[in-house]
Design a protein around this ligand. Structure first.
Ligand SMILES: NC(=O)c1ccc[n+]([C@@H]2O[C@H](COP(=O)([O-])OP(=O)(O)OC[C@H]3O[C@@H](n4cnc5c(N)ncnc54)[C@H](OP(=O)(O)O)[C@@H]3O)[C@@H](O)[C@H]2O)c1
Length: 294
């Protein structure tokens, strides 16, 4: 089943309503997992220079035989790749690892390098973003995106950009729905995208959550499918990661039912207890030295 449902972006292009996350935590073999995802119908792939899945993603796309123009590749520059020169080097390394000569979407992974004590984040974000705009001018990148940008971070970019970001990727699921940030994105025609849309499988975001369990039984779906359906009905683009074909397929089977407005309200008002624990203005873990942190 090819993912044919799409979201329209502010630049007039579109994206499949569901993408595939490639953070490699539980993949036994990254290339094989991505090949399976392609076979299941995914055509939009999220990676990052941090994840070490750019190379296997590029290899899987080549091996699949799908034309480059029929897949969407999104990657991100890491916090130590911010700044104009670093960003240019980061892009050329990402293109090399992916084995492609352009990106469909290039993102800044976090708005601050180190969290709270990072006082010059506004200037650094603008410098980095302007370098990314030049990448678009050169045809190396098709569209720009942001990741983990809250309203004040996003406003800084919107006030200073030439080329508007089309998406903003944040942790979003019923147990951490970040209503204010999503509303700000929508008001500014930036599509919100959900990372860890399944709460990374944590119990309180899935099977340990009584509201999700009750709704799963009511609709004859899994708690993961309820999570994804909730995001879609909020106009958010989820990028679930899965290892098995069973999970990959199940995560696309979310267009044959609709949550009622009461159930959407119940999920929206759920206790916000399933946050992963990372916040751009406070906690940005040192992921490079601790691979358990993404
Ligand atoms: N921008 C950022 O800062 C940021 C941060 C985190 C993540 N991301 C992106 O977002 C993507 C998704 O987030 P994530 O990987 O953290 O977590 P996630 O997609 O919320 O959850 C993945 C977990 O859910 C399980 N799962 C998937 N489908 C399932 C199903 N149908 N039934 C039961 N279990 C299922 C997976 O198990 P199996 O693997 O066993 O299938 C895995 O343990 C990442 O891969 C990455 O691309 C971005």
């Amino acid at each position: 089943m090819i993912m044919n449902e799409t979201y329209l972006l502010s630049d007039g292009t579109s994206l499949p309503k569901i993408g595939f996350g490639t953070y490699n935590e539980a993949f036994e073999d990254n290339k094989d997992a991505i090949l399976k995802a392609i076979e299941c119908g995914y055509r939009f792939f999220d990676t990052a220079s941090l994840y070490e899945t750019e190379r296997p993603l590029g290899a899987a796309i080549k091996e699949s035989g799908i034309a480059r123009s029929n897949v969407i590749i999104e990657t991100k520059l890491w916090t130590d790749e911010m700044g104009a020169d670093n960003a240019r080097t980061a892009l050329s390394k990402s293109l090399d690892r992916l084995g492609t000569d352009y990106l469909d979407i290039y993102m800044m992974h976090w708005p601050r390098q180190t969290g709270a004590e990072d006082e010059n984040w506004k200037e650094l974000d603008i410098e980095t973003y302007q370098a990314m705009e030049e990448m678009v001018d050169k045809g190396l990148v098709r569209r720009l995106g942001l990741s983990n940008f809250l309203p004040h971070h996003l406003k800084n970019i919107l006030d200073n950009c030439r080329i508007k970001p089309v998406v903003d990727q944040m942790e979003l699921h019923p147990g951490y729905s970040q209503e204010a940030a999503v509303a700000f994105c929508k008001a500014n025609d930036v599509l919100p995208m959900a990372w860890s849309p399944l709460g990374r499988g944590r119990e309180n975001a899935t099977i340990g959550n009584s509201i999700l369990v009750r709704l799963a039984a009511k609709y004859g779906k899994s708690v993961q499918q309820i999570n994804l359906r909730f995001l879609l009905q909020k106009g958010i683009l989820p990028i679930p990661k899965a290892s098995s074909m069973e999970h990959m397929k199940a995560n696309l089977e979310v267009f044959d039912f609709e949550l009622t407005s009461d159930d959407m309200s119940m999920l929206t008002c759920m206790p916000q207890t399933a946050w992963l624990g990372e916040h751009p203005d406070f906690v940005i873990p040192d992921r490079k030295s601790n691979p358990d942190n993404l």
